[in-house]
Design a protein around this ligand. Structure first.
Ligand SMILES: NC(=O)c1ccc[n+]([C@@H]2O[C@H](COP(=O)([O-])OP(=O)(O)OC[C@H]3O[C@@H](n4cnc5c(N)ncnc54)[C@H](OP(=O)(O)O)[C@@H]3O)[C@@H](O)[C@H]2O)c1
Length: 816
């Protein structure tokens, strides 16, 4: 219990030391699973009424673990998600717009951003006003960050999407003779999900009058891939047999048509009965289920044991091996899938004794690397479109405003053929957020600015226009890496001064401010990044060790607060850490010191002074985490890293918003449960989905049960739970998930595998790399893995066999 702390936004005045205790207690709660650690702020001036309220909280504690009780009422704390940028939607701008993936990763989101009017086309180029764009599975994989992004990512890691489109030519460059303004065309180009595009004329085809542009957007990649893969690579010919996997998708349907046109016999697979029925209607000889391996036997039976001449593949895992085995001597395996290639999966060479050919097809790569060769194949595609031989595939249409919905449909493969986004109505646009611009006449002071993330911040301020920098660290110019950085900044014309000073020493810091005044460039902004870490359980720490962590952070911040009183500042930024938000175990003083900064910032804001606390997640490339190579460990705890560039892009925007205390990071909140026993407090309830029961048990309960049950019973329980989790991911019922069948064969792709890995980690506190969920073939195999890890932990003593407390035992610490 403490006087009003400022650790939470409340109407009461802040008290920095109390806030420090509040923050340290967050870590304590995660260090001691069996002790319910609650933070209660009481308004001591509230008299008897306050005492009554405090007594009520103590006598009848609920779930809340952070409570502020004041004369104004009872307040509890909540961490809320906030949009990455101002959510304001602007009317469409005349320049046009482009779809961007914001926050690429499992929880990606899509925004339409204003895009500048394209420059006039250069020689050999064509400008197109786009009316419709086809989606490809690759777009989703890039949005999910399973595949690397397209070039063109901006500093906040947003990147464009789209590979094909159809529209009207608005201008042509020199040397372009085959197109003229007004022509209806379809085209292949990266970043095609946009309103206007300038593209190499070699990647453009004319669209005949009878074909509408929405339908035309389904043609380029599907037919080019079918024509190139089956015709050019596999030389499929009359009388041969081809096996087309996942044949109800855009490329699959184009391939079926191509093969039928050349007179080949077509065997196909698809994932649902609905899709298989469609393929039967299209005259496919034999249609099998792509989610089981039974297709292999069926193909052999249907071909009298001879197998097929060509396989067009987009499946992964065991299905690849089985399909290779189906090839006749001299047969061709044409790989369209990207997943196994990206994951560097292995392929056994035995089948290749039959002189087989394995060829991966990636036309987007060819368009980039060898546009002449690609142009040749696009020319043949254009002929097919012009002659009417190539007709659009079935498609589902979504307006641009519903692009996110279209991505979701594609991701779950519920559709048949292609998904097309149309541009009849301009979508609502999300403007690029504004960035803070430093005053070129002011000095910007960065503590901890001679090394690590602080030094990266100094460079960013210079990039943004700061011309005078004062960088403070105890080692001054002797800080490793500082001389090179100073030289580079000075080379760019920045007047930068390195001070060997302790940020908590008020006289040394006063001298820094006075120096800036003397030069006629008074301090206009402060970034306080100095820190010292000393990680250990709170009970192991001495006063001296605690003080060493608190001094630079809190002592430094109080000094800066004091010395900036009455000065006109445009920024006063205190670097904090997500560790403080979460309460990382073994980082109590660090959490405490950072929460104390919040209290100070709130006090400043109440006085009308600038203040912003940023609780950073892990930072890559610069600073403590990168230096100590802790990136992998942090990522395994659900704390994805930001590069300094990404972090600063976000900071630049935050400085234009009324933000006071904001966490910025790439968090997988669910992963907190694996190392923070207090993660399920209501405080994090708005960002952390409620723990899901599995096999009739909550996650903590499940782990306890597994630890106490006899081996056979534990195995049965683990299997039941894993089957339920796999069924959730596969969007089916547990009865339809056979335990002995490889997960990859059940249709589990890498995105689903990543989802399963997170669920397994949450419920079993057991780590499986996502890809292993596919390679590790069966649920029984996974159960063995889970139980092995579980018993290793029990043996190491971190999970006592008989546990009676309400939560899982404390897990290892994570750092800033
Ligand atoms: N790196 C991350 O992943 C991460 C994540 C979350 C938050 N943060 C925050 O970002 C800030 C910078 O972290 P970092 O990773 O860059 O740390 P770092 O690499 O360890 O750098 C800390 C800097 O602070 C200086 N410093 C320490 N005590 C000082 C004092 N008393 N007076 C003046 N300078 C002092 C150090 O220089 P001397 O030793 O020469 O004084 C050093 O240059 C910290 O506030 C941290 O909480 C970082």
């Amino acid at each position: 219990m403490a006087p009003a702390a400022g650790a939470a936004p409340s109407p009461e005045p802040a008290a920095v030391p109390a806030a420090a205790a509040w923050g340290a207690a967050r870590s304590l709660a995660n260090e001691h699973a069996r002790i319910a650690v609650r933070r209660l702020v009481a308004d001591y001036d509230g008299g008897a009424e306050a005492v009554r309220r405090i007594a009520a909280e103590l006598l009848d504690p609920g779930d809340e673990d952070e409570i502020v009780t004041t004369g104004h009422g009872r307040f509890v704390t909540r961490v809320t998600d906030r949009p990455a940028a101002p959510a304001a939607c602007a009317p469409p701008e005349p320049g046009g717009y482009a779809l961007h993936v914001r926050r690429p990763g499992p929880a990606y989101d899509l925004v339409w951003r204003p895009a500048p009017t394209p420059a006039p086309p250069g020689p050999g180029e064509v400008s197109v006003e786009i009316r419709a764009a086809g989606l490809n599975y690759r777009d989703v994989l890039q949005a999910q960050a399973v595949l690397p992004p397209q070039p063109g990512a901006d500093s906040s890691r947003e990147h464009p999407v789209g590979y094909e489109c159809a529209g009207i030519v608005t201008a042509v460059g020199e040397q372009v003779t085959s197109f003229a303004p007004g022509d209806r065309v379809c085209a292949l180009s990266r970043g095609a999900l946009r309103s206007h595009l300038t593209v190499d004329a070699r990647a453009v085809c004319r669209v005949p009058d009878g074909m509408d542009l929405t339908a035309a957007a389904t043609v380029p990649l599907a037919f080019l891939t079918a024509q190139y893969g089956l015709g050019h690579v596999a030389r499929l010919s009359r009388g041969q047999t081809v096996l087309v996997h996942a044949a109800a998708g855009g490329v699959g349907l184009a391939a079926v048509r191509y093969a039928q046109r050349v007179g080949a016999r077509v065997i196909a697979t698809a994932g649902t009965e609905h899709k298989r029925n469609l393929l039967r209607l299209l005259g496919v000889d034999l249609v099998a289920d792509s989610r089981t391996l039974d297709f292999a036997e069926q193909v052999l039976e249907a071909t009298g044991g001879r197998g097929v001449d060509v396989v067009l593949n987009s499946l992964s895992g065991e299905a690849v091996t089985r399909s290779l085995e189906l090839l006749k001597p001299g047969g061709h395996f044409v790989e369209l899938g990207k997943r196994d290639l990206a994951a560097n999966e292995r392929l056994l060479l035995g089948p290749f004794q039959r002189a087989l050919t394995f060829c991966a097809v990636d036309l987007n790569e060819m368009l980039l690397e060898d546009p002449d060769r690609a142009g040749h194949h696009v020319g043949r595609l254009a002929e097919g479109i012009a002659s009417g031989a190539l007709q659009p595939v079935p498609h589902w249409v979504r307006p641009a405003a519903e692009a996110a919905e279209a991505f979701r449909l594609l991701q779950h493969s519920h559709h048949i053929g292609k998904l097309v986004v149309t541009f009849d109505e301009p979508p609502p646009l999300t403007p690029y957020p504004a960035q803070h611009a430093p005053d070129p006449e002011g000095t910007y002071l960065v503590t901890g600015g001679l090394g690590g993330f602080g030094a990266a911040t100094a460079c960013w301020l210079a990039e943004r226009g700061a011309r005078h920098l004062a960088l403070v660290g105890r080692r001054g110019e002797q800080t490793p890496g500082a001389p090179e950085m100073l030289r580079e900044l000075r080379g760019r014309g920045v007047r930068v001064t390195a001070y060997a000073a302790d940020a908590a020493d008020i006289e040394a810091m006063r001298a820094v401010f006075e120096d800036a005044d003397r030069h006629g460039h008074p301090v206009r902004g402060v970034v306080h990044a100095a820190m010292h870490l000393d990680d250990a359980p709170l009970a192991d720490l001495t006063d001296a060790r605690l003080a060493a962590v608190f001094a630079p952070k809190v002592g430094g911040a109080l000094v800066l607060d004091e010395l900036t009183r009455g000065r006109r500042l445009d920024l006063f930024v205190l670097y904090s850490s997500a560790a403080a938000l979460i309460g990382n175990p073994h980082q109590a003083p660090y959490s405490g010191a950072n929460v104390a900064l919040e209290s100070l910032a709130r006090a400043r804001r109440r006085r009308g002074e600038a203040a912003l606390v940023v609780q950073w997640g892990g930072i890559d490339e610069a600073g403590y985490v990168a230096r100590l190579e802790l990136t992998g460990m942090l990522e395994s705890k659900g704390m994805g890293l930001l590069t300094p560039r990404e972090a600063h892009a976000r900071l630049g925007r935050l400085l234009t918003e009324p933000a006071q205390v904001v966490a910025v990071g790439r968090m997988t909140w669910e992963a907190l449960r694996s190392f923070c026993p207090a993660a399920d407090s209501p405080r994090l309830g708005l960002v952390l989905a409620p723990a899901q029961d599995v096999a009739g048990h909550s996650d903590g309960d499940l782990r306890r049960q597994l630890a106490v049950l006899a081996p056979q019973e534990a195995r049965e329980l683990a299997l039941r739970a894993l089957t339920e989790l796999a069924a959730t991911v596969l969007q089916t019922v547990p009865e339809r998930v056979p335990m002995e069948r490889p997960l990859g064969d059940l249709g589990m792709d890498s995105l689903m595998a990543a989802e399963l890995a997170v669920l397994v980690q949450r419920h079993f506190d057991c780590e499986i790399p996502a890809i292993e969920a596919i390679a590790n073939p069966t649920l029984t195999g996974l159960a063995d893995l889970v139980l092995r890890q579980q018993s290793a932990r029990s043996a190491a003593g971190s999970l006592p066999a008989q546990q009676t407390g309400p939560r899982q035992a404390a897990a290892p610490s994570a750092r800033p």
